[in-house]
Design a protein around this ligand. Structure first.
Ligand code: ZN
Length: 88
């Protein structure tokens, strides 16, 4: 093995080590991003459930946020128009 071959093999090892380090870093970043996205999806899936509570002669309030609508419309609203709670 001459000097050029030795230098070349050392550079090759350094290049491989660098490539591995970069791959590991990208992999860790991707895992972190995937985890964050999954957390966001889970938050979106968590749907609040509520029901219309008659508060006066004409008004009903959402049990989740307190938003009031006219009682005659409670049958038409499957979701609270204010907070999005599922009223079914
Ligand atoms: Zn509501």
């Amino acid at each position: 093995m001459n000097a050029i071959e030795i230098v070349f093999s050392i550079y090759s090892m350094i290049a491989i080590a660098l490539a591995l380090a970069i791959f590991k870093k990208i992999n860790a970043d991707n895992k972190r991003i995937a985890k964050r996205m999954l957390k966001g999806v889970k938050q979106l899936e968590r749907v609040e459930h509520g029901k219309w509570i008659k508060t006066s002669k004409n008004l009903s309030a959402c049990s989740s946020c307190g938003n009031c609508i006219l009682s005659e419309y409670t049958e038409d609203y499957f979701f609270c128009p204010n907070c999005g709670a599922d009223m079914r």
